[in-house]
Write a protein that binds this ligand. Structure first.
Ligand SMILES: [Zn+2]
Length: 300
């Protein structure tokens, strides 16, 4: 009898431990679940952000708006003709302050609407280059900066700036005299937690090679194809170094340049491609780990 009682007691103790292990196991599993969810592409509620990138449909031109709880950035402002729509779009996202306006280079399809934006919104910083143009559009852009008494910053490769948790590396211009204005294009890599996004304006192969020469890490989850998908950009070595999961192309339907070029589309075979001429404005959102493009999770 004694022995049995003792054994029972021991057994109970053992069972207690067993349950303890079960409980520990349950705790471990429960703790791991968010990690699995983290990589899962399902069950993510869109509209959460907190970082949104809008590749705005401005026809055969360029304009990208980044909004976040850390601040807002506008990269380029499309042509002059779409400036009112652009301003309405930016306002519709609740944006009244732009922490940075980036004028990648002085071509009208990039700076056309910027005078309107600078005149209408609270703009804190302007990033530009010393690539010059003699168009009225460029003059109006300069006048708007002067009127608002903003001291613009000349972008230089290998410099950095930060907006809250958004980290930016400037990759171009590397030089300050290019024959081709496109090569002045301010190129930016934005990092947010574990995700990265690359914007290269209309930088062409010459500038891309110089960017590669910087020996910076230019790999990016999402790459906005240079020069509207032209074959003069997205050179093989550059694309290999960027190695994107998704590519965005901003161009107008039936544009006279044939953008995006067949060669570019062919070399992007196997990569998710989103085109503003086919889809209109493209909305991307990220929490720094997951990336959702047009409400569909991007496979990473
Ligand atoms: Zn352009």
């Amino acid at each position: 009898m004694e022995f049995n009682k003792k054994t029972k007691r021991e057994l109970k103790k053992l069972l207690k431990y067993k349950y303890a292990w079960v409980i520990i196991l349950i705790i471990i599993i429960v703790r791991l679940i968010p990690r699995f969810k983290f990589n899962s592409t399902e069950g993510f509620n869109t509209g959460m952000g907190p970082v949104f990138i809008y590749y705005i449909d401005v026809g055969q031109a360029d304009s990208t708006l980044i909004t976040s709880e850390f601040g807002n950035i506008l990269i380029d402002g499309g042509e002059n003709e779409t400036e009112n729509e652009l301003l309405s779009f930016i306002k519709s996202k609740g944006v009244t302050t732009l922490d940075y306006v980036v004028a990648t280079h002085p071509h009208t399809d990039h700076i056309g609407g910027l005078d309107k934006i600078i005149n209408s919104l609270d703009v804190k910083n302007i990033l530009m280059t010393n690539g010059l143009s003699d168009t009225t559009t460029y003059e109006k852009f300069l006048t708007s900066i002067k009127n608002k008494k903003i001291m613009p910053t000349l972008a230089k490769a290998n410099s950095f700036f930060q907006l809250g948790e958004l980290e930016f590396t400037i990759l171009n211009p590397v030089n300050n005299n290019y024959e081709n204005l496109n090569n002045y294009s301010i190129s930016l890599k934005m990092n947010y937690k574990g995700r990265s996004f690359l914007f290269t304006g209309d930088a062409e192969t010459e500038a891309e090679n110089e960017i590669l020469g910087l020996n910076q890490n230019i790999s990016a989850d999402v790459y906005k194809a240079g020069h509207h998908g032209s074959s003069t950009s997205t050179s093989d070595n550059f694309l290999e170094a960027v190695n994107p999961h998704a590519v965005i192309i901003s161009c107008g339907a039936n544009n006279p340049y044939g953008h995006p070029h067949k060669e570019t589309i062919e070399k992007l075979n196997g990569t998710q491609v989103y085109r503003t001429d086919l889809l209109g404005t493209i909305k991307l959102e990220t929490d720094g780990y997951r990336v959702i493009i047009n409400d569909e999770p991007l496979k990473l």
